[in-house]
Design a protein. Sequence first.
Length: 240
Amino acid sequence: MSLVTLTGVAKRFSNGTQALSDLSFAIAPGEFVSLLGPSGCGKSTALRLIAGLIAPDSGDIHWNGARPETGFVFQEPTLMPWADALTNARLALDLKKVPRAQGNAIAAAALTRLGLKGFESAMPRELSGGMKMRVSIARALAAKPRLLLMDEPFAALDEITRAALNDDLLALAREDAITVIFVTHSVVESAYLSDRVLVMSPRPGRVREEIRLPSGKRDRMSPAFGEIQARVARALMVPA
Ligand code: ADP
């Protein structure tokens, strides 16, 4: 049974750009699915449609039951610069009017899960890019989402930081059984993280190929992972 199903979704912006045409896929609960495609193919638009921030022109987005509690993580950590890490991580809880002491406890626990124990009162300017992204993920997880929508969250980070965050994200998503829809244009990242990769065509975007990957933890150095990457790369690189 799917969590959400998109059927024949199309989106054209008011300036005439046809971002998506006939986008169809289903996401099962607990899956980690990457939307992989070239820049401008409509990946962010698909995520915003799923988030309900914009509406499709045609086609259908069907939730099996109520829309789940949803967290967002964007490429920019979008932290409030005047607020410390704890206050930033507490944002969704403040918006939900969770009592302050309870919010602080939940946000502190989320920061600890992201490896930021001891940095609760650090200001964003005192944190590295990777640490800011960790606060951003802690903020999303503090709200106990069932679905996490991530839009190129690690694209601006160096490779070592990115690899560490990939591992931590996978562990946290599995631990909480969160469904993740992850937008990326990185073959390596999608191959490393995903249960399934939806390879999108250039704009107007639609799913060109669906690749189900072997379950279990990947070894970045192994020939088997090299083969997985090659499978994904072949699907992405075929001429349109
Ligand atoms: P991706 O995430 O794959 O890079 P986007 O979904 O951001 O692609 O954009 C898809 C296309 O739609 C691009 O050509 C982009 O310029 C255009 N686009 C995105 N948002 C808007 C908007 N609000 N108004 C007009 N065009 C937009």
